[in-house]
Design a binder for this molecule. Sequence first.
Ligand SMILES: [Zn+2]
Ligand SMILES: [Zn+2]
Ligand SMILES: [Zn+2]
Length: 123
Amino acid sequence: MSRMTKQKRLMHDEIASFSAFFDASELHARLASKGLSLATIYRFLNALEEEGSIHSFVCENKKIYSLHQTNHAHFHCEKCGKVKHVSIANVDFLNTLVEDDVCHFQIELTGTCAHCKRISLKR
Ligand SMILES: [Zn+2]
Ligand SMILES: [Zn+2]
Ligand SMILES: [Zn+2]
């Protein structure tokens, strides 16, 4: 097996072991001991993204990836400034809204979080 093929197999196996989201440095941390550079990992992730086998999102100014998840949603609270992750299970309705094929998407929601809502009700 060539060095290139061997590296690709290592990266594939590692990516498959993440159940949800990961970023390039997390993947690198798991593979650094096997001699893979961060540059190699970036190249590989870009290639996978181009061929559509992984999806990318932006989380806290970081690019994150997932093999399985096809959406990433944040809820920003205007009162306390906290950001939390929201999971959206059924996204079929999106495909009926556009004539193009939706692969994956990201949503940013803003409002008052449950915690701040409780506090304001007590006043
Ligand atoms: Zn995608
Ligand atoms: Zn996020
Ligand atoms: Zn809040």
